[in-house]
Design a protein around this ligand. Structure first.
Ligand code: PMT
Length: 281
C-alpha cells in the first residue's frame, strides 16, 4: 500500500509485474482514503482479504487444479447518449466471490466483469467489459477452452435501439426505443460440449417456477436463485439467501450467509457434479 502517485508510477508497476512473473502473489491495494488525506488507489487492502490470500497460499487446495473456470460478474451498461446509460444495481460482489472461491481450490479462473469498483481476487485473470454485446463476445470466445462457466452477471436484457451521438436535450416527454441484447447463457447452453453450466436468477416472485424456467431451456446443470424478497439477498449486499436447483431435480436451500460462503457452497456443488460426470464416463 502506498500513495496513488507512487503506486501508479511506471517503475513501481513494472516491478510488480516482474514479481508476478517470478511467481510472487500480489494482494492489490484498493481505492479509498489514504494516509495523506487524499483519496485514490493505493489504500491497504482489507485485512480479511490479505488474511484469506495468505491462508490459501499456506494451505493451497488443489481439488480444482487443471480445471478452467469462467465466471461473469457485475452489471452491463447500455449507452443512451454520451452521458447516460441503462444499468442495474449489481455490485459484482457475488461473481467476484465465486472467482475467489474457485481460485482457492486451485482452478484457473477467468473473470469477465462488467463495470464495478471491486479489486480482482489475487490469481484471477480479469477481462473488463461494459456492454452485454462485449460480454457476449468475450464469453463466447473463451467458452471452448472452459470446463465450467458460472454466470453471476446481471446482464441488461435490453439496450437502446440507437445510441445518440450527442447529448439528448430535454424537450417534453421522451420515448426510448429498446431492442433485446443477446442471451449469453442461452447461447452457451446451445453450444455446450462437456462444460458444466451454472446460471443465476434473481426473482421477486415465483422463485422456483421462474428459476426452473431458466434451468432447462438454457441447458444448465444448476441455477442459483436469489430470493429478492428476503433481507440480505441479491443485489449489492454482502450476504445472500439462495436456493440451488439442479438438472436432476434436486433442490437445496442455503441459509443467509456471506457471499463468499455462498460461493464456496456453489463451488462444492460444482465439484460434486463434475465427480458424478467422471464416474459415468
Ligand atoms: O453483483 P451483486 O450485487 O453481488 O448481486 C448479485 C446478483 C443478484 C446480480 C447475482 O447473484 C444474480 O442473481 N445474477 C443474475 C441476475 C438476473 O436477474 O439474471 P436473469 O434472470 O436476468 O438471467 C438469468 C441468467 O441468464 C443469469 O445467469 C444471467 O447472467 C444470464 N443472462 C441474462 C441475460 C442475458 N442477456 N444474458 C445472460 O447470460
Amino acid at each position: 500500500a502506498m500513495n496513488t502517485n507512487m503506486f501508479e508510477n511506471f517503475a513501481v508497476q513494472e516491478n510488480i509485474e516482474r514479481l508476478v512473473l517470478r511467481g510472487y502473489s500480489i494482494v492489490q491495494p484498493v481505492e479509498g482514503e489514504l494516509a495523506c488525506g487524499g483519496c485514490g488507489g493505493g489504500r491497504l487492502a482489507p485485512l480479511d482479504v490479505i488474511f484469506a490470500e495468505a491462508k490459501s497460499l499456506l494451505s493451497p487446495q488443489t481439488e480444482l487444479k487443471g480445471i478452467r473456470l469462467l465466471v461473469t460478474a457485475g452489471p452491463t451498461r447500455e449507452a443512451i447518449d454520451p452521458v447516460r446509460y441503462l444499468t442495474n444495481y449489481s455490485s459484482g460482489k457475488m461473481g467476484y466471490a465465486v472467482a475467489q472461491a474457485a481460485v482457492e481450490q486451485g482452478a484457473g479462473v477467468t473473470l469477465v466483469s462488467g463495470p464495478v469498483t471491486l479489486p480482482a481476487p489475487a490469481g484471477v485473470k480479469i477481462v473488463q467489459v461494459t456492454t452485454a454485446q462485449e460480454m457476449y463476445a468475450a464469453v463466447l470466445s473463451l467458452y471452448p477452452q472452459m470446463d465450467v462457466v458460472v454466470k453471476a452477471a446481471a446482464v441488461a436484457d435490453y439496450r437502446p435501439a440507437r445510441v445518440q451521438e450527442t447529448k439528448i436535450k430535454k424537450d417534453g416527454e421522451m420515448i426510448l426505443s429498446l431492442v433485446r441484447t443477446p442471451d449469453i447463457l442461452a447461447e452457451l447452453g446451445k453450444y455446450k460440449q462437456n462444460q458444466v453450466l451454472v446460471g443465476f436468477a434473481s426473482e421477486t416472485d415465483n422463485l422456483r417456477e421462474n428459476a426452473l424456467a431458466k434451468l432447462f431451456p438454457k441447458n444448465l446443470e444448476m441455477i442459483v436463485a436469489n430470493d429478492l424478497t428476503e433481507d440480505g439477498a441479491g443485489f449489492n449486499t454482502d450476504t445472500n439467501v439462495v436456493k440451488l436447483y439442479f438438472k436432476d431435480g434436486q433442490e437445496k436451500q442455503l441459509a443467509r450467509m456471506s457471499k463468499l460462503a455462498v460461493a464456496r457452497e456453489i463451488i462444492s456443488e460444482i465439484k460434486r457434479i463434475m465427480n458424478i460426470a467422471k464416474e459415468i464416463s
